[in-house]
Design a binder for this molecule. Structure first.
Ligand code: ZN
Length: 156
């Protein structure tokens, strides 16, 4: 059976990258689903760090903690504020203050195995939200929790 970098086995749609790209496509046509965009991107990159920029992983790791701690609305509010703030500046610079209270990314290599994976996401009727947005959101939360849990296990 085909295996992904993250340790997951392929699902009916293929490897995690296939799932990820289908999510990104579907959420473009579904504003309610798009609300989970940032947690989806952060969780995917942290589960597949070879596809990410190393210097951004720490911020992505902290964003996932912020998301579980403060919730979706707070995350969207802070990110909107940062986009507005950046548009007023010549040089892009993110305000790190909201992320400062959270644990940094543990040093070391990727943990390699996750309790919940992208290729394990159910897909039916040509959609990831076939059983509603709340159910989809709970699956994304489980992915986020699994991502943080495995990375935390790397911390000695
Ligand atoms: Zn994977």
């Amino acid at each position: 059976m085909e295996q992904c970098d993250c340790g997951a086995t392929a699902g009916p749609l293929g490897l995690c990258a296939d799932y990820y790209h289908r999510i990104l496509t579907e959420e473009q046509t579904d504003p309610q689903m798009y609300r989970w965009h940032a947690p989806v991107v952060c969780a995917y990159l942290l589960q597949h760090p070879a596809e990410a920029h190393d210097k951004h992983l720490d911020g992505q790791f902290r964003w996932l903690q912020f998301y579980l701690d403060k919730g979706m609305d707070a995350m969207i509010r802070v990110q909107r504020h940062q986009v507005a703030r950046n548009s007023h500046r010549a040089r892009s610079s993110y305000d790190q203050a909201p992320l400062a209270p959270y644990a940094p990314l543990p040093a070391g290599t990727s943990p390699g195995s996750f309790r919940a994976t992208f290729s394990g996401l159910p897909f039916d009727d040509d959609s990831f939200v076939f059983d509603g947005h709340a159910a989809y959101g709970r699956r994304i939360d489980a992915l986020v929790e699994a991502t943080l849990e495995s990375w935390e296990s790397v911390r000695a």
